[in-house]
Design a protein around this ligand. Sequence first.
Ligand SMILES: *[C@@H]1O[C@H](CO)[C@@H](O)[C@H](O)[C@H]1NC(C)=O
Ligand SMILES: *[C@@H]1O[C@H](CO)[C@@H](O)[C@H](O)[C@H]1NC(C)=O
Length: 193
Amino acid sequence: MKVLSVLLLTAAATGGQSFHIGKCSKPAVQEDFNVTQYMGTWYEIEKLPAVFERGICNQATYSLQPDGTVKVHNVELLPNGNINSIEGVAKVKDPSQPAVLSVSFFKGVPDAPYWVLSTDYQSYALVYSCSDYFGLLNIDFAWILARTRALTEDVISQLHEKLTAAGVNVNRLTVSNQTACDMVYGLRHDLQR
Ligand SMILES: *[C@@H]1O[C@H](CO)[C@@H](O)[C@H](O)[C@H]1NC(C)=O
Ligand SMILES: *[C@@H]1O[C@H](CO)[C@@H](O)[C@H](O)[C@H]1NC(C)=O
């Protein structure tokens, strides 16, 4: 785990990842979060740069499992035309905080926080993830997600305000490319599941 942390930090240093001095902020999350209504596919509209995402047309599909955990299926299109797909599991640790999830993609690797700061379930979602390292540094991630491959400027600026309130510099956000994705994915068989 130490090794992973070091790897992450190294990757962070080289990949333009945002790590900061000090501890993570603890922003308010979506009240009365209903995980059932959150299930299904979300498209990435904007994000803080993340070294583990290299493609375009990023999307996530969540499905509730019988044991109450959430299956996570992330898909992106790589520059070489291949589809990169990864599966993980998200769970709520404290039932009194249903919007505070943690997600894990690899066995033996520490969970990453997945906080739903705001969602209306039908159009937009704002997700924040921040991890403390050695009590000295933190790395944060944020994603603006939508049920369609675009969001109105109005909604985006409201979500920017929420991120600003959470201490995130929204100038660091990058716009995700969701151009012609349905067409490209439609041509691929490996996605039809
Ligand atoms: C969550 O949403 C589902 C689907 O709309 C609904 O059946 C369920 O009652 C909701 N749960 C709570 C605690 O409101
Ligand atoms: C988005 O990706 C497409 C390829 O799917 C490319 O043609 C287009 O130039 C990209 N747009 C931006 C803004 O990078």
